[in-house]
Design a protein around this ligand. Sequence first.
Ligand code: NAD
Length: 478
Amino acid sequence: MDLLNYVNGEFVKHSNEKWMDVLEPATGKKFARVPLSSAEDVDLAVSAARMAQNEWGMLSHKIRAEWLDKIADALEEKYEDIAILESRDTGKPISLARSVDAYRSVTNFRFFAELIRNQEEEEFLMDDATNIVIQKPVGVGALITPWNLPLYLLSWKVAPAIGMGNTVVCKPSELTPMTANLLMETIDEVGLPSGVVNLIHGNGIGAGAPLTSHSDVNLISFTGGTDTGAKVAAVAAPQFKKISLELGGKNSSIIFDDCDLGKTVAGVTRAAFLNQGQVCLCGSRILVQSGIYDDFLEKFIESVKGMKIGDPSDEETELGALISPEHLSKVESYIQLAEEEGGKIITGGRPSLPKQFENGNWLSPTVIIGLKHDSRCSTEEIFGPVVTIHSFETENEVIEIANGTRYGLAGSVWTRDLDKGNRVARDIHTGMIWVNTWLHRDLRVPFGGVKDSGVGREGGRWSLGFFSEAMNICLKHD
Ligand code: NAD
């Protein structure tokens, strides 16, 4: 299957003959080709978005919310197709693709439809005047997404962006383009006005960079690695584009002596290895209070060894393949580094799987102990099924360890004492902390990181704020 760009309501071939093979991470087999589009293709898409923006931006919130609902309804009919495609394209287990990727992609459109439908203009009264705050569209948005949660993250941006009256050009990861294509088919089927949503396939240099630097793009919502985010920010800043950066993370799971050990082991295992550890929020540094360190370690290893790795299409599978051979090599290089840094690898290695998976990108869940908490392996983002475990004595000590990375995205605290959980959470420098749970998402709350994990917040009304320009109209009374 050769994918096409989607520009001005039509599926179109890109302007050159450059393609990239789309490979199944589980088998290494090619199953599609993605265009490697160029600046010329980006220009056409941005022009289409610009042409459509005025009319689309003038529609009421109510009408745009109805369009979001139509897209949600049409996507819901393809629930199983989304799950199958996402599992095949990313190597993740089908059960996860269903419960997380397909579910959230539909829910994102419905959630923002409801939020936007109920948006009201704010008023601030003075003795002699009334201030009205209106939210206007920003203009043309560039929406750039990574490979780990392809449609989940794209829909998280498209829905609030167009809901607030912007038109957009999407640039999904070249490694996982299949469900972005499905979304364009869906948008086409429901008959969304041409040019409101456009999509350009391609890599960062060929398509992403010309899109972010395009003078007619007013806003960039970028999710991806911290180094790429820095490049995007450098291009956007001198042009004063509105920018949101959702970047990498190295998140701590902080486990106190007084936790419910059974629930903590289950929760921390999930936080460590969901999507093969390829979620920006994954808890890859496990910090355990010394009183239960041995007990936790024993039960955690038992839990990790019990995880079923293999065929992503098998309903029972808990761990699938990593995204690419290059990423597998990067993750394995960190395991080698851990050994050089004095760590002890307790579980891991290449799993033994049926012949059909011999060319896939497989790695068993890897647990490393004995490293210093400020070693490279325990402070740098690995983004794979690899965790390091460390022990601590006091609250102050664990706060210092948890804050000892360049990242500040998320984390979790495990304790029966909710006051302590709340107190410790407040001292951790991240955008999000869960206490006695992980990735328990309420779509109304802010999402984003501090330090090198990003700039700005999306989610709920924070998304509506980012994807609009607030304007104050002050009416002086007679
Ligand atoms: P990446 O930075 O390599 O690529 C992300 C996207 O940016 C892709 O579409 C890519 O083609 C594009 N891109 C690359 N170079 C570009 C450039 N110069 N200009 C514009 N676009 C460019 O990231 P990845 O490997 O796809 O994803 C993994 C990273 O994403 C991890 O670091 C992970 O933590 C992060 N992530 C963060 C969040 C979050 O919400 N904070 C969510 C998911 C993933």
